[in-house]
Design a protein around this ligand. Structure first.
Ligand code: ATP
Length: 357
């Protein structure tokens, strides 16, 4: 029997609660399938930082380098600046492992109500592809004359032809596999006349390689309106690191709750392990209360299974998730319900066990 090695990194806040739930559900699933999962848990994050002065050990990446995939909770701690936690853990894995394609599916699961009045469900079914290795989050910049009146601070957005071409190819390929074969390229080339103009040019060049895909272009500001007013006019979306970061939080809210949304940080060439995580952060306001919605982690776990080559198990997990979200008594407080993380996890495990297809 094939055994996959998964690195579980709960991180901070509710990360521990949702990753425990995710591991439990994945093990229940493996018990029904013809494969095994071996989890190694890495307690990196804010508490580790307080003991060691860094978010993960110096050789941390080496420790997870040969795992089949990474299941990640969240990074963020109330006592540590956000840029330290983000760059010290999440981005310290994403960037060196060249997880350049961040994929964020958004749709309204059965039983979930969108805050959009006119949307009942099928009108909103998107996949957002976020460039995950450069752009506005390249990390290039600095500060001089710190604290003095003449202080200068820069963050330089870097776009490379290689980086833009590979994310465009990834997005067009993904759009080609979806029924509508339709891609929207988000841009801001009216105001940013260098890198974003190159971004547009490369989109047009790559489009020629995918004649089956219809595509259009949208300024990021206008995109927020189109997402809320005409969600049915969108399918696959590609955007820069910053733009997609913002648009995907909007997408998660429009689909019902931040607690449901999943994401995959992919190294498509599989030179390094890819990382799967819920979109939400560490949510310290609800930590330890047992009410964190684990669905975003479960959906991410389904994406993980697809990636490692277990699509039947991935589909079984999605069916179990949808059966549970369709039942309002199984909704956590973020969805207006009273269920706990425990109740939702047990219900998903039971749905996996009861699924005979
Ligand atoms: P971070 O700084 O790590 O991004 P944050 O607390 O600023 O964390 P989020 O964790 O993304 O931001 O959460 C925003 C709010 O959404 C939280 O305060 C919480 O109430 C709610 N929330 C987020 N995730 C969940 C979840 N899985 N279940 C229930 N509520 C959630």
């Amino acid at each position: 029997m094939k055994t996959y090695r998964i690195a579980a990194i709960p991180g901070d806040g509710i990360g521990g609660e949702v990753i425990d739930a995710g591991v439990e559900v994945l093990q229940a699933l493996a018990a029904r399938e013809n494969f095994a999962l071996a989890f190694d848990r890495f307690d990196w994050g804010g508490d580790y930082y307080k003991r060691h002065g860094r978010m993960m050990p110096q050789d941390g990446r080496e420790q997870i380098r040969h795992h089949d995939a990474i299941l990640f909770g969240s990074a963020g701690h109330p006592d540590i600046p956000d840029h330290v936690t983000l760059w010290g853990l999440r981005l310290a894995i994403c960037q060196p492992f060249d997880q350049y394609a961040n994929v964020r599916p958004t749709r309204i699961l059965p039983g979930i109500t969108s805050p959009l009045r006119r949307v009942s469900g099928p009108e909103l079914d998107w996949v957002i592809v976020r460039e995950n290795s450069e752009g506005e989050y390249s990390g290039i910049g600095g500060r001089v004359h710190q604290g003095l009146p003449e202080e200068v601070a820069t963050d330089v957005s870097i776009m490379t032809r290689a980086g833009v071409t590979r994310i465009m190819r990834f997005a067009f390929r993904l759009a080609e596999r979806r029924p509508r074969k339709f891609l929207t390229v988000v841009t801001k080339s009216n105001a940013q006349r260098h890198a974003m103009v190159m971004w547009d040019e490369i989109a047009a060049e790559v489009a020629a390689e995918f004649p089956a895909v219809t595509w259009d272009k949208m300024l990021v500001d206008a995109m927020t309106m189109r997402m809320t007013l005409k969600p049915e006019s969108l399918d696959t979306i590609v955007a820069t690191n910053l733009h997609a970061d913002i648009l995907s939080d909007l997408a998660a809210a429009l689909a019902g709750s931040l607690g449901i949304a999943p994401t995959a940080n992919l190294n498509p060439e599989r030179q390094f392990p890819s990382m799967f995580e819920p979109i939400h952060g560490s949510a310290f306001d609800i930590m330890g209360k047992g009410i964190a919605n684990p669905v975003g982690t479960f959906w991410s776990a389904s994406m993980l299974l697809d990636h490692i080559g277990e699509p039947a198990a991935a589909a079984r997990l999605m069916r179990a998730i949808e059966r549970v979200t369709a039942t309002p008594e199984l909704h956590t407080p973020d969805l207006g319900g009273k269920a706990t993380t425990r109740i939702v996890t047990d219900a998903v495990v039971a749905a996996i066990q009861a699924d005979n297809s």
